[in-house]
Design a protein around this ligand. Structure first.
Ligand SMILES: [Zn+2]
Length: 352
């Protein structure tokens, strides 16, 4: 049954960061979509660490905010108007969003890893100037190549985890085959706990999770961690001797813990984004233990595997979502999201 295309409003409420400590809900004008763009009625958006960094520091890693920017890249919704060029899904189709646009000149770089292409842009990112606006707004114009059709059976609320789960999936895949391996996950924010769920599904034999707070550890246990450790001593960490370590805290203490917890010849995947600049990390063990230190950045087409695994129920991530706020309460939502002792993934509900 064809769903009628309703006339769209001329403006929409959006979550806009104007600078450090300056987050607002603005009414932004909606431009006419380009031919290859569909208009998506956003249903849910997850607040990411990078959104928090732009708000709290006016920067995320190397990306420094110079102009006001609409935040948000972890969004799902329903097609409100199909693209004029006939590409992409029709009105009424539920979709997830792949927020990356690979850069053009990638000849020197691995062609199968577009996440590494120079000039790659991302929704809600100040990496380039002019900035790339995000999709924390009621109606977003998005190119159809970013859209991934969702099975009707997958609730949109759960689907809001697709983007961060893809980051976690990519990180775990960087570790190679984890079947039968012991794994240590350092930092149990949303990426860490989603990584635990992915590791569990991928057949890791034993998962230890470490965090500074109890709530993230409770979530870690509920999605598959076998042992959880609250701010453990260094000797305790050294005794873990994990085959694989996922560093998802994004701070230098966490990276030190990750190196200390890896077994001889082990592999450490660094998923958490460290602040830019020099980081004090006791790294000599990485040499004497012949550790493999691997970076992990965003994701590529793993998003299709994540959607399939969420739809068939083999990837269990429900407990990672701890809060949901209406768009009007976005400032309260951001406050909750920055409180890692009290929240996992915090969602904005744009329909409310
Ligand atoms: Zn994110």
């Amino acid at each position: 049954m064809a769903i009628e295309e309703l006339p769209l409003p001329v403006s929409a409420a959006a979550v806009v960061v104007h600078g450090k400590d300056d987050l607002r809900i603005d009414q932004v004008p909606l431009r006419e979509p380009r031919a290859d763009e569909a208009v998506i009625e956003i249903a849910y958006g997850g607040i990411c660490g990078s959104d928090l960094h732009y708000w709290l520091h006016g920067a995320a890693g190397e990306s420094i905010l110079k102009d006001p920017m609409v935040l948000g890249h972890e969004v799902v919704g329903v097609v409100a108007r199909a693209a004029a060029d006939g590409t992409g899904p029709e009105v009424g189709t539920p979709v997830a969003v792949h927020p990356a646009t690979p850069g053009p000149g990638a000849a020197r770089y691995p062609a199968d890893r577009p996440n590494l292409s120079p000039g790659c842009t991302y929704l809600g990112s100040a990496a380039r100037h002019p900035h790339t606006d995000g999709a924390f707004l009621r109606y977003a114009n998005l190119p159809t190549r970013m859209l991934r059709v969702l099975p009707e059976s997958l609730p949109l609320r759960l689907a809001a985890l697709i983007e961060p789960a893809s980051v976690a999936w990519h990180g775990v895949s960087r570790a190679g085959d984890v079947r039968g391996k012991s794994v240590l996950v350092v930092g149990c924010g949303p990426i860490g706990t989603l990584a635990i769920a992915v590791l569990k599904r991928a057949g890791a034999s034993h998962i230890t999770a470490v965090d500074m707070h109890q709530l993230p550890l409770d979530i870690a246990a509920s999605v598959g961690a076998d042992v959880v450790l609250l701010a453990p001593e260094a000797e305790r960490i050294a005794a873990i001797e994990a085959d694989v370590v996922i560093e998802s805290s994004g701070n230098h203490f966490g990276l030190g813990t990750a190196i200390n917890g890896a077994t001889r010849g082990g592999r450490v995947v660094m998923v958490g984004l460290l602040p830019s600049g020099v980081q004090p990390v006791a790294i000599s063990l990485a040499i004497t233990r012949e550790l493999e230190l691997l970076g992990s950045f965003r994701f590529n087409e793993e998003i299709a595997e994540v959607i399939a695994a969420l739809a068939d129920g083999s990837l269990f991530v429900e407990p990672v979502i701890t809060h949901e706020f209406a768009l009007n309460d976005a400032l309260v939502a951001f406050d909750m999201a920055k409180n890692s002792a009290q929240s996992g993934k915090v969602l904005l509900n744009f329909a409310d």
